[in-house]
Every structure is written in C-alpha cells, then in structure tokens.
Design a binder for this molecule. Structure first.
Ligand SMILES: Cc1ncc(COP(=O)(O)O)c(C=O)c1O
Length: 444
C-alpha cells in the first residue's frame, strides 16, 4: 500500500523517469490532460494552440466528435477478433481508401504504424521482384529521408543521426541512398526545375550501377517531413516515376506523414499526378488511434499469396472504425481544400514576416505542411540550431506547440490540425514574429 500511496504523490515526470526506458528524444516539460480540436490543455490548466498535430496525426482535430462516436460504437460491438476471421470495419475501410487513393492503387493491407507500413511495403516490393524473375536485392531511398525506427526502416532512413551506435541494426543489407532534391541547400546556381531533373538523373545513374533486376524498389516521401519539410522541385517526382518505369522498378510513395489531406490534396502524390505502385499511410489515418496501411496496384499486390503476411493487431476494428470516420470527416469538412486555403494564407503571412526577420532562411511547404528554415546568415546558411530551440521554447511559453526538424534541428515545422482557423494562424504568426524580432532584423 505504501508504494501506491507514494506513487500517487509522484508527478508524471517522476514516474516516467523512474520506470520508462529513457530513449525518447528530449521532451518538453508538459503533461497533457485534455485535447479538443486545435487546443491542448496541460495538467496545470494552461491552454496551447497545437501547431504540430501530434506529429501530423490529428489532421481532423483532437477528439473529433464523429471519430469519438465511431470508436465508442465499435467498442460496444467488439474490439478484437484476430485476422483468422473477417472484420467488417477493416473491409469497409479498405474500400473507402481505395476509392480516394491514386488510381493505380486498388488493394490494401493494414498494420499498426508507419514503420510497419514501410516494412510491409518493401516486403511486398521484394516479393514482386522475385516472382517476376528479378533478384530484387537492393532498395533505394533518399539521403535525408525518414522511414521509421525499426531495423529495415532505420536503414532506409537516410539521416545518420538516428543511427548512431546502432551498427548492424541500422545496416540492413542492400540499401543505398540517392541525393535529396533539397533546392535551398544544394541547388547552387541551377534553376529549380533543372536541379530537380539533375537529382532524378543522379538517381538514374545510381540505379544503372546495378545489374538489371537487382533493384527491387525506390521509396521516397513526396515531401520529406522529418528532414525539415523539403518540397522537391516540380520536375523531380515525375522524372523519378519515369525512370523507375523504364527500368521495371517499383516506386513506393511513403505518405505516412503527407497523407490524409495534410498538403492540400488527399495524398501529396496528387500534386504531381504521380501513380505509385505502392503507397504507405499511418499517422493521420486513425485520427489519433494507431493504424497504418500499405496500398498496392492489383498487379503488385498479387505477389503476396496466402500466408505471406500477417499482423495480430493490424486492421484492429476499433482503429478501422476511427479511420473510416476520419475519411468521412475529411470529405464532409472538405479538409484538403481547407488545408490548401489556410496553408496558402499561412505561407503568405510567413513570407511577409520573413522579409524583415533575418533569421528566416526559407519558408516552404504545401498545404498545412510548412517549414521555416532558420539560419544565422542568409548567405552562408549556417543553421540557427540554438535559436530554433529558443524560439520553440518561447512559443511554448506563449501557448503554442510547434515541431522542429531537419538534421540540424533548425527547421520550425508548422503542421497544425487542418481545422485551424485563420485567426488562430494570425495569433501563431504574430507570436513567432515577436520572438524572431528579438534576433537581428533586416533594415527596412
Ligand atoms: C515518412 C514517414 N515514414 C515512416 C514513419 C514512421 O512512422 P511511425 O513512427 O508510425 O513508425 C514516419 C514517422 O515520422 C514518417 O514521417
């Protein structure tokens, strides 16, 4: 009894430190007690405007009433039946997803997270290569990419800082990385479209260094999220798709972060009319419940036969019911359109602000997936890592929760619930402007 009495007196921070393996990235000292729509309330009763959506998860807003109702309804019926039986919530969600997915995709498999979606997608791509008489030994991803924290997905992840001291856990065999189409840092004197084509040509060159049939798949985030919201030049993805097709290499679009209306389209691929062979989803799909998926074309999906893949919890009926409600809400509330409009307004306000705030190197993004890269000097582009962290802390003090990304942790990530209002955008930009104003300001 004494132990539980003591524990009751401990704060969440004490309990966490004592009992959790301390391996999460450094957290902000905030314990959440409630979240609704765009607002989060902490255990002290302080209210925050959420500008990060739990890492791009709560696209429909926290605890959307329709999602909550769907969850409650399913919980009353059954919560788990195992994938040895049929599950109506899962089949219904599969149909809904195929209805909104890029035309090329007609089959779905459900998992529990983004990393599992990527892992399953790659497994399918490899099987597709081998059943078609190719070796499919090698996988290609991008240098700055992020695809998850499990062995294969951590190896696919291009950023080295996630792999420090993980040795062969993070060196799954046969994975190579192609250059990232990061125009702001690597574009040099080239016009943006030329740079996009050059990056695609570099990828082609890499693919052609391997024997025909050796490469199973190319996996790319249409907009790189963890890398600091890197939007490729318009020429890039169409060229990559063509290069893959010509070489009979499948193309996986990792839409774990960009999917479900985040970028102003249901899926980011649509900005460039890309038709991937496989697409991965997770994050926003469940509106806050853990669910991921990979979708594939009829042809590619047929490579998986009975018994090839399984997940105990994948397609959990409660998560599927939540995801069905999310897709309904996205449609009913026209959230893709809303993300596009509010995102354009946010970009305009940030663009105006950046004209006088020297620390802002670049504002970039699509829809409500927006990055603000902060640099100490606009010419040298030295990353303003410390300043970015201070601005984030300043925003927390002022009641705003924001993300930070990029290998140098110098990109502020604004990825709010898509239901955010323009007045809320104004309050966030004003707060950001005030904080940036405490650093050097450009002469007017
Ligand atoms: C593009 C992308 N793929 C995969 C993942 C991994 O997802 P999860 O954390 O659900 O495993 C992430 C997570 O940030 C992501 O952004």
């Amino acid at each position: 009894m004494l132990t539980s009495e003591n524990e009751r007196e401990s704060t969440v921070f004490d309990l966490d430190e004592k009992y959790m393996i301390q391996c999460l990235p450094k957290r902000d000292h905030i314990a959440i007690s409630k979240a609704q729509g765009t607002k989060i309330i902490d255990s002290q009763g302080k209210e925050y405007l959420d500008l990060f959506s739990g890492i791009s998860v709560t696209n429909v807003g926290h605890c959307h009433p329709k999602v909550v109702a769907a969850i409650k309804n399913q919980i009353e019926l059954y919560m788990h039946i195992s994938n040895h039986y049929y599950n109506n919530a899962m089949a219904t969600l599969a149909k809904q997803l195929v209805t909104v997915a890029p035309q090329s995709l007609s089959k779905v498999f459900f998992v529990n997270s983004g990393a599992e979606a990527v892992d399953g997608a790659v497994k399918l791509a490899k099987k597709y290569a081998t059943v078609n008489g190719r070796k499919g030994n090698t996988l290609v991803s991008l240098e700055s990419s992020f695809h998850g924290r499990l062995s294969l997905t951590l190896t696919l992840t291009g950023q080295k800082n996630f792999k420090y001291k993980f040795d062969n856990y993070a060196t799954y065999p046969g994975i190579v990385h192609a250059p990232t189409p990061y125009y702001y840092r690597d574009g040099g004197d080239l016009p943006e479209d030329e740079f996009g084509k050059k990056c695609a040509e570099d990828l082609a060159h890499l693919l052609d260094n391997y024997a025909p049939g050796d490469i199973a798949t190319v996996i790319i985030e249409p907009i790189l999220g963890e890398a600091g919201i890197i939007v490729p030049p318009d020429s890039y993805l169409p060229a990559v798709q063509k290069i893959c097709k010509e070489r009979e290499i499948t193309f996986i679009a990792d839409e774990v972060q960009t999917g479900i209306a985040r970028t102003g389209k249901m899926f980011a691929c649509e900005h460039w009319s890309i038709k991937p062979d496989i697409m991965t989803l997770a994050k926003a799909l469940g509106g806050g419940l853990p669910i991921g998926a990979f979708l594939a074309s009829e042809d590619v999906a047929a490579a998986f036969v009975e018994g090839d893949h399984f997940s105990t919890f994948g397609g959990n009926p409660v998560c599927c019911a939540a995801a069905s409600a999310v897709l309904d809400v996205v449609k009913e509330e026209r959230l893709a359109e809303r993300a596009e409009n509010t995102g354009a307004y946010l970009m305009k306000r940030l663009g105006e602000m950046s004209e006088k705030r020297e620390l802002v190197g670049e504002v970039r993004g699509k829809g409500l997936m927006v990055g603000l890269e902060l640099v100490r000097n606009r010419r040298s582009k030295e990353p303003a890592t410390g300043e970015t962290s201070k601005i984030k802390q300043g925003l927390i003090k002022d009641g705003f929760l924001i993300g930070v990304g990029g290998p140098n942790k110098n990109v502020l990530r604004i990825q709010p619930p898509l239901v955010i209002s323009k007045a809320e955008v104004d309050s966030a930009v004003d707060a950001l402007d005030r904080l940036l104003g405490s650093y050097a300001t450009l002469e007017q």
